[in-house]
Design a protein around this ligand. Structure first.
Ligand code: 9PG
Length: 525
């Protein structure tokens, strides 16, 4: 299939759109654009309007690339994004280029907006005109090709992660469940920490009564029982790693591909083209359904879409989607929330997608966002920024911007909390991890009102919305931090090198774990 070059005079005029088939497509820009919409590959990857000329600094530490962004393009020297991109022109209109199939990438270089498929070719949507309208048309076309969510009701979720982290057990979860009382949460979701290891999806010693018992307890309160798992990731400590090395994705040199690091060990990825992996995935999801869970948060999914050598030689996102579809079938009518997932391959398979980085009970981390120039690590700002820039996905799938905080936190101002609550109204996805016994009566009533509210939301501009007539502007939270100055660059460089040393990561993870455990034991006590 050819590369197609389109000059600006053959580009759609304002308001026009077209669908073009090509392996790559080069749209000449007659004027330097004002900004570039970069779309991050997976849930946590930065999505924002950015500088159209100068690429952002390479995100550090680079050892995080495979779990935070698309590692194939993490060092690409020009502004770029996954599947789609747009440039803003002088007159305020945008030029939009979006792939209608998987395995595609977009960049601005040499005065062109370029798009290409990693293998073969496919259809592209090209349009020029008003931004909200073009993103809307693109979403419509994606819906026709990939499918869209059919479940109407948006679940209201209590999730254990952002208060208890890994320190969950039968008792503190039971306490949280009781504490919810009659608050209208539809789902009680158990997050990371219940399993023997990543890959051995059986309850650990903190769940001696087993998962069926806790699912039954949750359902007795009239709620859906939710469970977190990372089905495509495999820890070095897992039995799969020991017993089935051939199930893993391999790098080109034949070694198991390292898809990231968990607390103390390398994490590997399953090869979703391997027939035995497919069988194992099907049985895993059926087992969890059999325990009684009917809301599954499937996390670290990007592991399955990493580049590498597979049993069957097909493009990585195609292989990945195949694995997702098997899990969808096995899950029946359970509600599926995909997290840490490449976005396009998940469309039409799940009910909801986490569309931003993890939030945290602080606004921003100077350490990560300035020194390491990493906008994907947990912070309220990183969660909010990427989620707001992904709201165009809403007609296709429920968009989960992550949890809101109500309890007193030292480092979030009421305005910052309010802005995130406004985002949950716009996204129409409400979740929290707060420990109910820490809420005051007034906070419980605030939460009840929040869960019950169904405001009329209208989009006014790129970052402005009207919520029941009240105007909300996410704009001030959208700019990226300034590029590191000379001094920050040097400090960041040293930290980045440290962050790539396994021993340093281990110490770092151990310190975080210690800090969380300490904080949580204080909270739970
Ligand atoms: C459980 C958590 C929670 C959370 C998920 C995910 O290295 N990282 O970039 C990174 C990003 C997110 C993350 C963990 C690591 O959190 O988003 O809601 O379920 O896993 O471990």
């Amino acid at each position: 299939m050819p590369t197609l070059h389109l000059q600006s005079d053959s580009l759609p005029q304002t308001g026009d759109t077209k669908i073009v088939t090509a392996s790559s497509l080069h749209l000449s820009l007659s004027q330097p654009p004002k900004s570039f919409y970069r779309h991050g590959w997976q849930s946590w990857s930065l999505t924002a309007w950015t500088d159209p000329i100068r690429e952002l600094p390479v995100m550090k530490p680079t050892s995080f690339h495979s779990r935070q962004t698309d590692p194939v393009y993490a060092r690409y020297p020009h502004p770029n994004g996954s599947w789609l991109g747009a440039v803003e022109l002088e007159d305020g209109s945008i030029l939009f280029l979006g792939a209608l199939e998987l395995n595609a990438h977009v960049a601005v270089r040499e005065g062109q907006l370029q798009g290409w498929y990693e293998s073969g070719g496919g259809e592209w949507f090209v349009g020029r005109g008003e931004e909200i309208n073009l993103f809307g048309k693109y979403a419509e076309l994606l819906g026709q090709r990939f499918g869209r969510v059919t479940v109407q009701e948006h679940p209201r979720v209590w999730c254990s992660w952002y208060s208890l982290y890994n320190n969950i057990n039968e008792n503190n979860l039971a306490k949280a469940l009781n504490g919810l009382g009659d608050l209208p949460f539809d789902v009680f979701q158990i997050d990371d920490g219940w399993q023997v290891s990543t890959g051995d999806w059986e309850p650990n010693e903190k769940f001696p009564s087993g998962m069926e018992a806790i699912a039954a307890k949750i359902k007795a309160t009239g709620r859906k029982a939710g469970l977190w798992l990372a089905p495509l990731a495999v820890s070095k400590h897992s039995s799969i790693y020991k017993n089935h090395p051939d199930w893993l994705l391999h790098d080109l040199s034949g070694k198991p591909y390292v898809a990231g690091f968990e607390w103390s060990a390398e994490m590997y990825a399953l090869d979703t083209t391997h027939p035995e992996v497919i069988k194992w995935l099907r049985e895993l999801i059926r087992k969890i359904r059999g325990w009684g869970f009917d809301y599954l948060k499937l996390d670290f999914l990007a592991a399955g879409a990493q580049p590498g050598k597979r049993h069957e030689d097909i493009p990585r996102e195609t292989a990945f989607r195949r694995g997702l579809q098997v899990m969808r079938e096995a899950a029946g009518n359970a509600y599926l929330l995909f997290c840490g997932t490449p976005i396009l391959p998940a469309l039409g398979v799940c009910d909801a997608i986490r569309v931003g980085a993890d939030v945290a009970n602080f606004w921003d981390s100077r350490f990560y966002s300035y020194l390491l120039y990493n906008q994907t690590t947990p912070s309220m700002l990183n969660g909010l920024r990427t989620s707001v820039n992904r709201l165009w996905l809403k007609p296709l799938v429920h968009v989960d911007p992550d949890v809101a905080f109500f309890s007193e936190t030292k480092s979030l101002t009421p305005q910052q909390k309010r802005l995130f609550l406004d985002l949950t109204e716009v996204a129409d996805f409400k979740a929290t991890s707060d420990l109910p016994h820490q809420w005051t009566e007034a906070q419980r009533e605030e939460i009840r009102r929040w869960l019950e509210s169904r405001p009329r939301v209208e989009r006014i501009g790129r970052y402005t919305f009207s919520i029941d007539g009240r105007e909300v502007d996410f704009g001030p939270a959208m700019p990226l931090p300034p590029l590191p100055n000379f001094f920050d660059g040097i400090v960041g460089g040293i930290l980045g090198v440290l962050g790539n040393q396994f021993w340093a990561l281990k110490i770092w993870h151990w310190l975080i774990r210690y800090a969380l455990a300490k904080k949580d034991s204080e909270k739970i006590a």
